[in-house]
Design a protein around this ligand. Sequence first.
Ligand code: ZN
Length: 312
Amino acid sequence: MNTSTHQRTLKNVIRATGVGLHSGAEIMLTLRPAPPDHGIVFVRTDLEPAVCLPACIDRLGGTHLSTALSDGQATVGTVEHLMAAFCGLGIDNVRVEVDAAELPIMDGSASPFVFLLQAAGIATQPAPRRFLRILEPVTFVDGPTRATLEPWDGMRVEYTLEYDHPGFRGQRRTAAVDVDRTRFVREIARARTFGFLSDRDRMKGMNAARPGGTPGAVRDNVVVLDECAVSNGQGLRFADEFVMHRILDAIGDLYLLGHPIIGAFRGFRSGHGTNAGLLRALMAERAAWELVTFETPADLPGALGRAIPEIA
Ligand SMILES: [Zn+2]
């Protein structure tokens, strides 16, 4: 069994608490190992009875500012950074228990989740991992935003930001990453959420503590842009943090396909709504994709076939 060609889960149960971005409430998160072919399943343990929400396109709920899963009654929001951590570390099967309608925002990046998963330990399972290989280009356009999936020898994620905001001066607006575990942990996972300080907030004298009026957003977990510059008081973690965060979001959203992709994603100003539209368009185009397995790492295409050091 190989860590790239076979499914993986956690070795141990692990827990964390944090604050919800939208509710401001303290949230308990418990991650449990799960059997092969279980997938990533979110469980609302605060509801009676508990409600299971598999991380898949059929359960895609709201996509305003974050990605939510919903069955029409129960919802769990802000799943994209944890989903990105699962994808980036090559983890297929986890039961994610949460006692609120959203995941904790942590520091606004996927880094605390990566740390948590590595602390739990990662176990390789006997079942082969199924990859979703893109066979034909599929594009989804929504107003000025656009997202495309197309064939590629490996997994590539490319993103272009376009904001008039002065806070983006000097920022690199386009980035492309051939995603493997090392690059995910070093270059993508640490990029934090960013938000704008709206005029409404300024008039209310809310200052930068609560951008957009979201109760859980403080300067520790959201890079806040006001009219002159980046104003989180600490500066950026790296020069292209904003565009890298959009790449992180896209990786998390793409993992709602239930499989790592073999293909290239290109996003132009696309947010969670455009990403969701692209995933639905891909599923509707049955000739555009196939599920594949690989016997040995040598059979994996492109960067996916490179020897991957086990970071966990
Ligand atoms: Zn995000």
